[in-house]
Design a protein around this ligand. Structure first.
Ligand SMILES: [Zn+2]
Length: 335
């Protein structure tokens, strides 16, 4: 039997996963971002805020513009962007913005939606309004039964996510969490039933587990999805470009904070290609009333990822990284 390290090295794991959150609260204004009087600039009938404004509000030491690149820098926290791009790096963790960074009238601008739905909840989760503490984690291993999901030469997604979910369950129970599994065996559970199971629990968070596949076999790495906010387009999921609100949007701020915790933790403990924290309107994310994410732990269509995913030791480390993230997320919600 392989050694189960559990959370013995917990304090250091926690510190590293939470490094974003250690960096900011004391540095930033104590004011809520949505009541602050931002300088607002309109573009395409959308509100934008200036990066200069972000510098002041979050008390970054420097705002640097070089060519198309823009950086906000503090000793422990760096945000990097590029005019015309939707990529945002916060301490090297990649986020995909809903709208590109733009330049207008000599100002570098970020959409107000991205400020509210990514930057603020990620930098200051303790400022999220109406946070409910949680004691339960709903783990949703994707696929099952006749729905095998993706395949590699070594195995199937449905088996790997069930194994990963079961390992995560064990670790979280050891930490005192109540854990609910949407499936514990190789059975088919509809997306609607997964949502129903999740919504039976109020003081809970939801983590859907998947592995990826792509026709481009060189694609590899991890990506983490949070539900697209209302008004943002989305490249993935049914009604992808529909800007209407879904039940899951009630938890936008918690969704992105949880996605950040899990994504950053897995990248830290299992260095792999960072494909970013993305937005999608996947069915399980649309319907849940809990803070929730969908995590894609690598590509079964890529030979290197497939070999890693086939390793029980790798899946154990991934479960540990996600478990550490759940704890760091819970702690980060406390001001
Ligand atoms: Zn899947």
């Amino acid at each position: 039997m392989e050694a189960v390290a559990g959370f013995k090295s917990w304090p250091s794991m926690w510190l590293l996963a939470a490094m974003l959150w250690l960096a900011t609260p004391q540095a930033a204004s104590a004011q809520q971002a949505d009541t602050y009087s931002w300088k607002v600039v309109q573009h395409d009938s959308r509100d934008y805020v200036t990066l200069q404004g972000l510098k002041e509000f979050y008390r970054f030491q420097q705002f640097v513009r070089e060519g198309r690149s823009a950086r906000l820098v503090s000793p422990a926290l760096t945000m990097e962007m590029s005019v015309g791009s939707q990529e945002l790096l916060i301490n090297n963790v990649k986020f995909i913005l809903s709208f590109p960074i733009i330049e207008q009238g000599g100002e570098t601008l970020m959409s107000r939606l991205d400020l509210a739905k990514i930057v603020d909840p990620v930098l200051r989760p303790a400022f999220i309004r109406n946070i409910r503490p949680f004691t339960t984690v709903v783990i949703d291993p994707g696929h099952g039964g006749h729905d095998t999901g993706a395949r590699s030469t070594y195995g199937t997604e449905k088996d790997y996510v069930l194994d990963l979910g079961t390992r995560l369950q064990r670790l979280l129970v050891e930490q005192g969490f109540n854990v609910v599994m949407t499936r514990e065996t190789d059975v088919f559970v509809s997306l609607g039933d997964r949502v129903k199971i999740a919504n039976e629990h109020e003081d809970a968070i939801f983590i859907s587990l998947h592995f990826n596949a792509a026709s481009n076999r060189s694609a590899r790495g991890i990506e983490t999805f949070a539900l697209s906010p209302q008004g943002a387009s989305s490249a993935y999921g049914a009604r992808a470009n529909d800007g209407s609100a879904f039940t899951g949007n009630l938890r936008d701020a918690e969704n992105i904070a949880l996605a950040t915790a899990v994504h950053a933790s897995v990248l830290h403990y299992l260095p792999s290609t960072d494909r970013g924290i993305k937005r999608a309107r996947w069915a399980v994310l649309r319907g849940i009333e809990l803070p929730g994410i969908l995590f894609e732990g690598g590509f079964l269509s890529n030979s290197e990822d497939a070999r890693l995913i086939a390793s029980p030791a790798h899946r154990q480390r991934m479960a540990q990284a996600i478990g550490a993230a759940v704890v760091s997320y819970r702690n980060a919600l406390r001001r």
